[in-house]
Design a protein around this ligand. Structure first.
Ligand SMILES: NC(=O)C1=CN([C@@H]2O[C@H](COP(=O)(O)OP(=O)(O)OC[C@H]3O[C@@H](n4cnc5c(N)ncnc54)[C@H](O)[C@@H]3O)[C@@H](O)[C@H]2O)C=CC1
Ligand SMILES: O=C1[C@@H](O)[C@H](O)[C@@H](O)[C@H](O)[C@H]1O
Length: 339
């Protein structure tokens, strides 16, 4: 069976995922594309032999679409995901699931009412080989009970549309998701403080930011978000346990020794850093759709949790570093909880 995918939003990551579904992943074909920019939709659709649709509702309803990929702007995600659920079609939604907790809950409630999982959220780090190795080490118990996690998320530069709240909502949201999964624990509070700001930023932006999170089991997480670090795209994560520690490996890069120096290259963007993770993410999603099974990746509940926790971080930033409790509903049994 070939899964026929309809794509809503043919911008930067939409085009990258269309390439991935066309050239990398077997068992999938992009048959439909829509975008607010009709000319862009037509051009991208033509490049892969797909049909351009005028609206997302038309695309979701199309008999040529078995599964939906949402790669439009964040505030529009909930509407498209709700449309796919109403049509009973599996839907992969790039992060965020929705930009408000209320909209995330609407998706959660719609999926529960449908009665089986249809939604996967695009937190690709869970598919990264290094994070998966860390998860195995933690599960093996070899470093003992986790106590502290030290993280850094650095981008070389960001444009002037990037504002201070995006450090949590757009950037740290990846750590929020992957740490909940790694530790199999819930984040219950957030605190954000700002050190001296770099001069290499747009004036409206607080950069860097230091975020602290606490989990239900008392694990403390510190995360440096520095989106104008200049030197490269650098993701660090180290979990300290009672009997040892486990550190995320850096991407493989040749070590060069010359002229009295040794060096190795640092990647420059997230696309390259997580290319393999994105490929694995889509292979596993297409495999689940092909099998008619529920997706195994991040759920609508995970999307809700990530939004609630990043909202708490933004509230802390806006209240000069107050510790803010994550205002999360109890997790329903439908999503593996007890409520
Ligand atoms: N997992 C990851 O690491 C990353 C995820 N993303 C997420 O992917 C999403 C898209 O980001 P980009 O591709 O960078 O944005 P973009 O601006 O390059 O592309 C978005 C496209 O969606 C279209 N669009 C917007 N609203 C629409 C609607 N209602 N119906 C149809 N088309 C619509 C726009 O015209 C545009 O072509 C965002 O939610 C972003 O957070 C982006 C980068 C990395
Ligand atoms: O999702 C992403 C971007 O939207 C975000 O702006 C970057 O900071 C992240 O590293 C990237 O993975």
């Amino acid at each position: 069976m070939t899964v026929r995918v309809g794509v809503i939003g043919a911008g930067m990551i939409g085009q990258d995922h269309i390439r991935r579904l066309t050239d990398v992943v077997t068992g999938a074909r992009v048959t439909a594309v829509t975008d607010l920019d009709a000319a862009r939709a037509a051009e991208v659709a033509a490049s892969v032999g797909a049909t351009a649709y005028p609206t997302s509702a038309d695309l979701i309803a199309s008999p040529d679409v078995d599964a939906v990929l949402v790669t439009s702007w964040g505030p529009t995600h909930a509407e498209h995901v709700l449309g796919a659920i109403a049509a009973g079609k599996p839907v992969f939604c790039e992060k965020p699931l929705a930009t408000t907790a209320e909209d995330c809950l609407r998706v959660v409630e719609a999926e529960r009412a449908y009665g089986r999982r249809l939604v996967q959220v695009g937190f690709m780090r869970r598919f990264d080989a290094g994070y998966r190795q860390m998860k195995q080490v933690l599960a093996s118990g070899s470093i003992g009970t986790p106590l502290i996690v030290h993280c850094a998320h650095r981008n070389p530069t960001v444009g002037d549309t990037y504002h201070s709240a995006m450090a949590a909502q757009d950037t740290a949201v990846h750590e929020i998701d992957v740490l909940r999964w790694l530790l199999d624990d819930e984040i219950v509070s957030a605190q954000v403080i700002t050190p001296r700001a770099t001069s290499k930023r747009f004036a409206h932006l607080k950069d860097p930011q230091i975020m602290y999170f606490e989990t239900a089991n008392g694990v403390r997480i510190d995360l440096e978000v520095f989106v104008n670090c200049q030197y490269g795209y650098d993701i660090q994560c180290e979990t300290v346990g009672e009997d040892g520690l486990v550190r995320l490996p850096d991407p493989a890069a040749a070590h060069v020794r010359t002229a009295g120096q040794h060096s190795s290259a640092v990647l420059q963007d997230w696309k390259a850093r997580f290319a393999d993770a994105f490929d694995t993410e889509f292979r596993e999603w297409i495999a689940s759709v092909t099998a008619g099974a529920e997706p195994t990746g991040p759920s609508a509940w995970d999307g809700y949790a990530a939004t609630v926790i990043s909202d708490a971080a933004v509230r802390s930033l806006e209240s000069d570093g107050t510790v803010v409790t994550a205002d999360m509903k109890p997790r329903p049994t439908f999503y593996g909880g007890t409520a």
